[in-house]
Design a protein around this ligand. Structure first.
Ligand code: CU
Length: 314
């Protein structure tokens, strides 16, 4: 067999293929970004989501570097030791030093990734901050209801066993707080403030899924999923979609999400709280940005009173 030369047809074809492959991969990455893009992640708008993205990026670039390194080495030796007349084959019986290196190196890399990933996991699962806004989310075939604290700043307590078609949230009709709760078909969230969700399902298992929040959590009938919290980093409009095949209308189980400024949020929430309380006076105890903590911190305790803690549930 003759020497590898770019003047030879076979060598030209081989070079062309080798050049074409990375170009094809790159062209996909350069395609116009849109929602539903299969190559790139959707924009990330939560603080914890940024940590998840960092881990994804580290793993991606690590894999990319290893891929390039191994493939370049592979092609180099493929050409260097190609069959040539008069050159006998060389038999290798292994190299213990190399074996140890390429076993130890990936082990250390995997261990480092596991420790780093675990730290992010702990961050995500730590208790919601004290100043969180607590929102009760009730999923059903096929839609979502949101419940905000009323003018007192407290959500009415619930009993998950009472949740059903007649009692969407499992609240006690006799409790005066129940009438004060603000119920909405959309999720309106103030930017820059932690939001603590209490996830419920009325009939079958649904899933709270917002790709831009990097959030995906099942809602299970008979349980309060109370560990989910996040903090939006910018305003915008997003969509809440059920990500658990839950019946014939699953495809259409969605709700709008609006991340707004604190001021806009109060403008949206306060009139509803006043209306439910039967007053048009400005609420003295209504939650506002700095004074929300006491409202938020007491509400989940009341709301989860009769529910299982459901910590670390996926
Ligand atoms: Cu569903």
């Amino acid at each position: 067999m003759r020497e590898f030369s770019f003047r030879r047809p076979f060598s030209r074809i081989l070079s062309g293929v080798l050049l074409l492959l990375p170009m094809l991969a790159a062209s996909s990455l350069m395609a116009e970004q849109r929602s539903g893009n299969v190559y790139l992640l959707p924009p990330c708008v939560t603080t914890l989501g940024e940590q998840i993205d960092d881990l994804i990026k580290i793993i991606f670039w690590l894999c990319a570097a290893i891929f390039v390194l191994t493939q370049v080495t592979y092609v180099y030796y493929l050409i260097k030791y190609r069959r040539r007349p008069g050159v006998p084959a060389h038999y290798s019986h292994g190299n213990n030093t190399l074996e140890i290196i390429w076993t130890t190196a990936p082990t250390l890399v995997f261990l480092a990734l596991a420790i780093y990933g675990n730290r992010i996991w702990e961050n995500i699962h730590r208790p919601a901050p004290e100043n969180s806004l607590v929102i009760d989310v009730s999923s059903y075939q096929f839609g979502w209801d949101m419940r905000y604290p009323g003018i007192s700043g407290k959500l009415a307590p619930i009993d998950v066993r009472k949740i059903g078609p007649e009692n969407r949230f499992g609240t006690d009709p006799e409790n005066p707080l129940t009438a004060q709760d603000v119920v909405a078909p959309e999720l309106v969230i103030p930017v820059g403030r932690p939001v603590h969700l209490l996830l419920h399902a009325r009939d079958v298992i649904h899933s709270f899924y917002v790709p831009e929040f990097r959030l995906y959590q099942d809602c299970v009938p008979g349980r309060t999923i109370g560990w989910v919290w996040f903090q939006a980093t910018r305003t915008g409009e997003f969509q809440l979609a059920c990500n658990q095949l839950c019946g014939t209308g699953h495809y259409n189980m969605k709700a709008p999400i609006r991340v707004v400024t604190e001021e806009e949020f109060q403008k949206w929430l306060t009139p509803r709280q006043q209306k439910n309380a039967g007053t048009s006076q400005p609420a003295t105890t209504a939650p506002s940005a700095p004074s929300a903590p006491q409202a938020a911190s007491t509400a989940p305790k009341a709301a989860i009173l009769t529910a299982s803690p459901a910590k670390h549930t996926l």
